[in-house]
Design a protein around this ligand. Structure first.
Ligand code: XMP
Length: 494
């Protein structure tokens, strides 16, 4: 296994991902990791980071890391740390480098097949001014004499090989991993999981790709020790529960448990208008139902489909960087919204993966296409698409309006959905006055869930959907189109 030691880098996780893409097992760990855990590895990578090695409390590691006999590759801050710890000199040079820079890399094992002039991405203020004893220079740029250095299996580069702007970055990582670490290409998600789960487990299936993939993966590892629980909350879209049950039954057979809990959810949500309160009620009820199932089954583990972007979004530090505290956005009910006193132990096999990796894995595991292609749908379901109190009548109207919208939409975008707005406005239906609720249409395009733009849906499509909604859905006399970006709005209305 390769370990990426993280010094607070934005891209430590990306380095990890690149290594896994090359077929080698890899993990990101904090720089506070004990020396003991770094023995018997194939290789160690020291990430970049925002600090300066000469500051008194900057993150660091033991000098002994460099004498374990394990190959080490320092990247950016990692290079400077290696330089300083091993007796070189680090400081500000004449110039700083930020952006794409041309470097000249020397013939060496690390740069095998790519040595010479090329473009790389730099982002640094400090640099290694004097190499540590025994090290040789492996490359330079116009402004920085030491952009790469090495001494046997200790190697370092000032630039970032993990980002696409460094043209031969992947080749450099490949050289390090296969020619210097002598790692083997045998990374396999299934094997990786085996050591993590012992005994019986249950998994809450929402019908979304993440929980389905997590369940399928764990199912491959522990087989019938896993029970998958789908909760029919009554908060799903038209026909969705029937379809999901059909798809999952094929995959999990007798190990699929379906809990009919519409009544319980509607009862618990009665009279509740505040979005965060709704989310908490729903999250708690889910966990209560899962815990009851786990007790029946004797399971100690709860499998969750948390993926890497969820971890970032729920992490208070990343939110603080954006000027908000974790509480003020919304509690996604995996990660941040779990009750504190939950008795089950969590297993999150997708915690390190990005969405596209999850999709690839889902396909490999043979999950039905319907599930792999599904648009994201929030855990609390339609409850958070009804602004205010959730009632059966509002749910039924929203389901009908949403179905019409889905029928009219031809181009797939990130998400397109209807929202029930219980705000009465005046209209005219037939010859009489109407005073009824409204439906909002929301359609967003996004690369990830952090930011989004509203989709410019064709007027013709909007006109048809609007006409059909006011004609076919009882109690609705107005349709509005949400034209707000995220931020400041979020995708969902609650
Ligand atoms: P927001 O509304 O935060 O939504 O801009 C971003 C994406 O996340 C989905 N979403 C959720 N997914 N549990 C989930 O599993 C939740 O509680 C939840 N809330 C929002 C939303 O549909 C969008 O894709």
């Amino acid at each position: 296994m390769i370990i990426v030691i993280d010094f607070g880098s934005q891209t430590a996780h990306l380095i990890n991902r690149r290594i896994r893409d090359l077929g080698v097992e890899s993990r990101v760990v904090s720089y506070k990791i004990s020396l003991e855990k770094l023995k018997n590895l194939k290789g160690i990578i020291l990430s970049g980071g925002p600090s300066f090695v000469n500051l008194p409390n900057s993150p660091t590691i033991s000098k002994k890391v460099f004498s374990l006999g394990v190959p080490v590759l320092g990247i950016c801050y990692g290079m400077q740390l290696m330089g300083k710890i091993l007796g070189g000199e680090v400081g500000k040079g004449k110039n700083k480098e930020f952006g794409v820079v041309e470097v000249d890399l020397k013939k060496s094992k690390l740069f095998k097949g790519i040595n010479g002039k090329q473009q790389v991405l730099m982002s640094h203020g400090d640099q290694v001014l004097r190499l540590p004893p025994g090290f040789i220079n492996l490359g330079s740029s116009k402004d920085v004499p030491n952009v790469a250095m090495g001494k046997e299996k200790l190697l370092a580069i000032q630039f970032h090989p993990e980002v696409i702007h460094t043209k031969n970055g992947i080749k450099i990582l490949k050289n390090f991993i296969f020619n210097i670490c002598l790692a083997r290409k045998d990374f396999n998600q299934l094997k990786w999981q085996k050591s993590e789960i012992k005994g019986r487990a249950i998994c809450g299936l929402s019908g979304g790709i993440d929980s389905s993939t997590a369940a399928a993966l764990v199912y491959q590892v522990i087989g019938r020790q896993l029970k998958c629980v789908y909760v029919d909350t009554g908060l799903m879209r038209l026909g969705e529960t029937v379809q999901i049950e059909k798809d999952f039954k094929k995959f999990f057979k007798e190990d699929l448990i379906i809990i009919r809990a519409e009544k319980q959810f509607l009862e618990a949500l009665k009279g509740v208008e505040e979005p965060e309160e709704k989310r908490k009620i729903i999250g708690n009820l889910f966990i209560k139902l899962f815990e009851a199932e786990a007790k029946k089954w004797g399971a100690k583990w709860l499998v969750q489909g948390t993926i890497y972007p969820d971890v970032i979004e729920s992490a208070p530090t990343s939110l603080k960087l954006r000027g908000v505290s974790a509480e003020t956005i919304k509690s996604h009910h995996n990660v941040a919204g779990l009750p504190e006193e939950m008795k089950l132990k969590l297993i999150e096999p997708l915690r390190d993966l990005y969405k596209d990796e999850v999709r690839q894995l889902a396909a490999k595991l043979g999950l039905p296409k319907n599930i792999i292609k599904r648009q994201p749908f929030p855990g609390p379901g339609l409850a958070i698409r009804i602004r205010g109190e959730v009632t059966k009548e509002r749910l039924d109207r929203l389901r009908q309006a949403d179905k019409i919208l889905q029928e009219e939409i031809k181009e797939p975008v990130w998400q397109t959905f209807a929202i029930y707005v219980p705000l009465k406005t005046t209209g005219v239906k037939g010859d009489g006055r109407s005073f009824e609720d409204m439906i909002a249409i929301r359609s967003v395009t996004a690369k990830d869930a952090m930011t989004a733009d509203w989709t410019r849906l064709p007027y013709k499509l909007l006109a048809k959907a609007s006409a059909r909604i006011v004609n076919e859905v009882a109690g609705i006399n107005r349709v509005v189109y949400d034209i707000t970006t995220k931020p400041p709005a979020t995708m969902e209305w609650e």
